[in-house]
Structures are given as C-alpha cells and as structure tokens.
Design a protein around this ligand. Structure first.
Ligand code: SAH
Length: 252
C-alpha cells in the first residue's frame, strides 16, 4: 500500500502527466484539494472511487483516511493543485505517514506559474534582462521569513511569479512600481487553463485597478518583470550573428 502525492496541474486535464492520469483512472481512494483541483481532473476518477475533499479537513483527518486505507491495503492518491512541491504543505503530511510507517511517492505536475506563462505566450527569461525567475508570495496567515519579503525579491529585478497574493494587488503593485518602474509589465492570470481563464495585462501603475475592475480576488498568478515587455529585444540565440555550440562547432 502506498500514498502518492500527485500534481493535478493547473486545471486542464490534458495538462496532467500520463502518470497522474493513469493513477487517477486506477484510483480507489482520493484525497483532493477541493478549492483548486478542477472538476474535469476529478472526472477521471472511477465513479465508485472514495473521495475526500481536504478543504474542510484537518491534517489528522486526512492522515486518518490514509491509515484506514492502509489497513484495507488500498492505495491513496493525494491530489494537489499544480506541482505538489510548491505551497503544497506535503511535508507535514509525509511526517505523519512516516510515523505510521506508510510508504509514499510524489508525481510532479505542471505548476500554475507555467500555465500562466503559457496563457500569456510569454518567455519568463529574456537575455540581458532577466535570467532568473522567482516563485514567491506575500505574507498571509503564513508570515514571510525575514529577507524574503516581496520588497527584497523585487530588488533583484528578476521575473517574479507571485502566488497566493492577488487579494493584495495594490500593495504588490506599489512594490513593483518602486523597484521595476511604474511602466513595468505586470500580468494577472485567473484560473490559468480553466475554461473561465481570464488574463489581465497592465503595468505596475494600472494593474491593481484593472484586476479590481475584472473582479479577480483569488486563484490567480501575478507575473511581473521587464522580461514580459511585449516588444523589444529578441533572444540573441536566434540571431544569425550569434554563434553558439550548435551553430558553430569551433566554439568551445
Ligand atoms: N502547487 C500549486 C500552488 C498552490 S498555492 C502550483 O504549483 O501551482 C495556490 C496558489 O496557486 C493560488 O493562490 C494561485 O496563486 C496559484 N494558482 C493555482 N492554480 C492556479 C491557476 N489555475 N491559475 C492561476 N493561479 C493558480
């Protein structure tokens, strides 16, 4: 018997890995994060599978589901939105399983920051502009560790993907304006890859107003940075005058 932490991806069932789709189709017991896992993904579960929405459950309760399943020798799929390693709170669950001697595995998933980039048709890295992507959030019930506040992240001028923070858009936008400039491109993608996906593009100066006007208050990814500049320098890798390993074998 085993518990598998499975990345459900951002919403579109076609963005599940083949492994995740197989595990869902074969699943007899599933604990899923109800607020974020899409109904289309849950539809892959067999009609007679046991399902438990973890949204209303404590850690003790989800652990009890796993313990009960282990006593019946039934595998459990623990379904997490996006990729389980990002804001998934999987570690505390694993510690409980360790105490019970229950084995577990992780299947990665497409994260919402990747789905947001795809929706925007954006490259998050841009030569000479940003070669670093920071996945971060603002504080909520979970405080930010000292030195990791958005303010500090913004100082790097890297491309920022900000999770769990769209409800604080005015504060986020003000920080971005200070460090990237008021005209810095910022995009907010609500429910990337869902049928009701919504994209709001703007600048640090006007994004908060646009997001409020669109009525977006949760389940959205904020992507910001100069790499998003819609026009501008194209990657030099594809420039005929720029030789590299594949084009010029003489290059070291
Ligand atoms: N493990 C997840 C993140 C969980 S934290 C992942 O890898 O994507 C929950 C936050 O993720 C939300 O507040 C939102 O910022 C983001 N998120 C999750 N699904 C999303 C989606 N389909 N579109 C946009 N943002 C999403």
């Amino acid at each position: 018997m085993k518990v598998t932490f499975v990345g459900a991806g951002p919403g579109d069932p076609e963005l599940l890995t083949l492994k995740a789709a197989r595990l869902l189709r074969e699943c007899r017991c599933c604990v899923y994060a109800g607020s974020l896992v899409s109904p289309e993904v849950l539809a892959l579960l067999p009609a007679d599978a046991e399902t438990h929405d973890s949204a209303g459950m404590t850690l003790e309760e989800t652990t009890a589901v796993c313990k009960d399943a282990s006593e019946r020798n039934i595998d459990v799929v623990r379904l997490h939105t996006g990729d389980p390693s990002i804001y998934g709170a999987i570690r505390e669950q694993m510690e409980e399983l360790d105490k019970l001697g229950i084995d577990y595995d992780v299947v990665p998933g497409v994260s919402s920051f990747q789905a947001a980039a795809a929706a925007l048709r954006a490259e998050l890295t841009a030569p000479e502009v940003s070669q670093t992507i920071i996945l971060t959030r603002t504080s909520g019930r979970t405080p930010m560790p000292a030195g990791q506040e958005l303010e500090e992240m913004a100082r790097t001028h890297a491309t920022l993907c900000v999770f769990l923070s769209v409800h604080q858009m005015p504060k986020v936008a003000a920080t971005l304006a200070t460090h990237y400039g008021a005209d810095c491109p910022v995009a907010v993608v609500y429910r990337a890859s869902w049928p009701d996906q919504l994209i709001v593009k703007g600048t640090a100066a006007d994004i908060a107003e646009k997001v409020a006007a669109a009525g977006i208050g949760k389940t959205a990814m904020i992507v910001a940075g100069r790499a998003l500049e819609w026009s501008g320098a194209v990657s030099r890798l594809y420039d005929a005058g720029f030789s590299h390993g594949y084009r010029d074998a003489k290059q070291p």
